[in-house]
Design a protein. Structure first.
Length: 238
């Protein structure tokens, strides 16, 4: 009996929490800069498809235009652009019918021969930041990296890794090949580490005290947010 009611509680709670209305935008290839002519696929990964999430963008020429209507073609749940044009540089995001928005992503398309590949999503404090300076025709030329216009280092393979980033690493990055050919700049944001630090999760089942704590939280959750459900459960238990 105790076990079945616990399963009930877990099921109910997961149903309740799965209705939060959120989406996240992903881009493939995952790069904030692209060469002209590259193809790209963008998709809104949503919790609730009935919320009518659409992909939109602002460019220098248009605002809030929708994928599949004003530009690009929809391919299932994603939006494919077969030929990126420099005019398609801008900010891309997903928006629900009610106006909720996802994370936004800045994409810069260049007609030039060099791009800086930087993370499209904010980097969390303490993580590593990898920057790649890439030429349109593969080369082994050394790359110089700059942050906010200041030279920060030369890398022979074109990759630079900044270990354990902090908020001060946030800024506008670019790279130069052979000190002459320059990439467009891209903004890299660094987000604060969440305050609640959890111990590493183990594969072992949680100890009984954790389970009790979980059950307690579920019950509190149900009592606070769902008095009708809890009374139904009480009735069915007794
Ligand atoms: C897009 O442009 C509109 C109109 O200028 C502006 O209100 C909105 O904040 C922009 N969206 C993003 C994500 O930058
Ligand atoms: C859209 O892009 C994805 C990922 O690159 C690819 O798998 C898919 O075949 C593309 N669809 C169309 C219709 O081009
Ligand atoms: C997009 O670029 C603008 C200008 O560089 C910057 O202020 C903004 O924070 C960037 N947004 C994201 C999501 O990186």
């Amino acid at each position: 009996m105790a076990r079945t009611s616990l399963q009930w509680l877990i099921l109910l709670t997961s149903l309740l929490t799965s209705t939060t209305n959120q989406a996240s935008l992903t881009v493939s290839p995952s790069s904030s800069q692209m060469f002209e002519g590259q193809s790209v696929s963008l998709s809104c990964e949503e919790d609730d498809s009935s919320a009518g999430w659409t992909l939109r963008r602002n460019t220098t020429r248009e605002t809030r235009t929708q994928c599949g209507v004003d530009w690009a073609t929809t391919a299932g749940s994603s939006c494919n652009i077969s030929y990126m044009d420099p005019l398609e540089s801008g900010v891309y995001w997903c928006e629900s019918r009610e106006g909720a928005t996802s994370n936004s992503i800045n994409i810069t398309v260049t007609g030039g021969p060099v791009i800086l590949q930087s993370p499209v999503l904010p980097v969390m404090e303490g993580e590593d930041l990898t920057l790649t300076c890439k030429t349109k025709t593969p080369s082994n030329l050394p790359a110089g990296f700059y942050k906010d216009g200041v030279f920060i280092g030369n890398e022979h393979e074109g990759h630079m890794t900044i270990h354990h980033v902090s908020r001060s690493d946030e800024g506008l990055y670019k790279c130069l090949i052979s000190s002459v050919v320059e990439s467009p700049p891209s903004w890299v944001s660094v987000t604060e580490k969440p305050k609640t630090t959890r111990p590493p999760t183990s594969a072992a089942p949680p100890p009984a005290s954790d389970l009790l704590h979980l059950v307690f939280r579920l019950v509190v959750h149900l009592v606070v947010f769902c008095p009708d459900t809890i009374s139904t459960i009480m009735v069915s238990l007794y």
